[in-house]
Design a protein around this ligand. Structure first.
Ligand code: NAI
Ligand code: MG
Length: 328
């Protein structure tokens, strides 16, 4: 580490991405570490103006910053977020999902973390139309990526005294998920962590019925995407879900939600997911105390209000942000 302040790239994107990222940046500025912020454009608006959803300077900024805070992109989301995840060489998508006191959650016992493989599986991009009306998709699973994601999941669990569930469908996708499961189990043998595995379809049902049975769920790419959104439904919605795209050298933090065109521009988006993503950013950079303080401030505001309309209140984004800043 040098004495230079760490560089944080801020990429607000479109829609409520802009509103919640501004809130998260305010919180980062308030809690202290001396960061150098650099803001850059991505998404529908910049594409409309310049023809490119992800300008090269934005990609390069993310590829060189210590950490990136991203909001959301609209129609161009796939053209923005997938290259940005590559730019930070992210192999793990970490999505904590928990219910908060004070928020009406369909299942208040939910407190788990998805550790999702972030580079391959069916999202590797090998799709073709081999003849008119006939399409194919190649699912890529490698031992090295499976090992890397499993190691991240087991380390995460071991540090926190949690268990690991390996999600897979190795009874059908015998070769690809067979490799994923076998590799993850082998990695798990090196850890003193309670471990089991689950077929991903049955797991979807068990997550709804008994989310309290799960701590860290290590998943292939698509399964992690779907299961984490399902779990979001157990805790009161997308406005609460932060995420991290973690690489070896750098990482990108973003709310799980999108641009919410139905409420964009009204100033009523829930900033909690973006602010909790900023807390993950602080922890990634080693500012554990600051991250904990941010998390505690958000929890306290969720417990006592004010609440934005998605949580049944009538507060604005800035009312909630001000309340979090006041707690800090
Ligand atoms: P969405 O997450 O934007 O919205 C789904 C629903 O949740 C909407 O009713 C919205 O109002 C509500 N919601 C989401 N975040 C909220 C918040 N912070 N506070 C209050 N309510 C919130 O997903 P949707 O509608 O499927 O996609 C909208 C656009 O966002 C699309 O263009 C899509 O491509 C993009 N998108 C981008 C993502 C990214 O950049 N990572 C991820 C998901 C969607
Ligand atoms: Mg998704």
């Amino acid at each position: 580490m040098t004495d230079d302040p760490e560089q944080i790239a801020v990429i607000p994107g479109d829609g409520i991405g802009r509103e919640v990222t501004a809130a998260a940046r305010e919180v980062l500025e308030a809690v202290g570490p001396d960061f150098a912020f650099a803001e850059a454009e991505a998404g529908d608006a910049v594409k409309e103006r310049t023809g490119e959803a992800l300008p090269d300077e934005t990609r390069q900024l993310a590829a060189s910053a210590d950490a990136t805070l991203f909001g959301a992109a609209g129609e161009t989301a796939a053209d923005v977020i997938i290259p940005l995840r590559r730019a930070v060489e992210s192999f793990a998508n970490v999505r904590p999902v928990r219910a908060y006191p004070g928020v009406d959650a369909p299942n208040p016992d939910t407190d788990l973390v998805f550790v999702r493989e972030n580079t391959e599986g069916v999202y590797a991009g090998h799709e073709s139309e081999i003849a008119p009306g006939v399409t194919t998709l190649t699912r890529v699973v490698t031992e090295s990526a499976s090992e890397e994601i499993a190691r991240y999941g087991f380390e995460y669990a071991a540090e926190r005294g949690l268990g690991v569930t390996i999600a897979h469908k190795a009874n059908v996708m015998r070769t690809t998920d067979g490799l994923f499961l076998e590799t993850a189990r082998r990695v798990g043998e090196g850890y003193d962590v309670p471990t089991d595995d689950a077929l991903m379809d049955a797991l979807a049902m068990h997550l709804v019925q008994r989310p309290e049975d799960y701590d860290v769920v290590v998943c292939p790419n698509l399964a992690g995407d779907m299961l984490s959104d399902l779990a979001a439904g157990l805790v009161g919605g997308l406005g609460l879900l932060p995420s991290a795209n973690v690489g070896e050298e750098r990482a990108l933090f973003e709310p799980v939600h999108g641009t919410a065109p139905d409420i964009a521009g009204e100033g009523v988006a829930n900033p909690s997911a973006a602010i909790l993503s900023a807390a993950m950013l602080l922890e990634y950079l080693g500012y554990d105390d600051a991250g904990q303080r941010v998390r505690a401030a958000v929890e306290s505001v969720l417990a006592s209000g004010p609440h934005t309309p998605d949580l049944g209140g009538d507060a604005t984004t800035s009312d909630v942000t001000e309340a979090v800043l006041a707690e800090l």
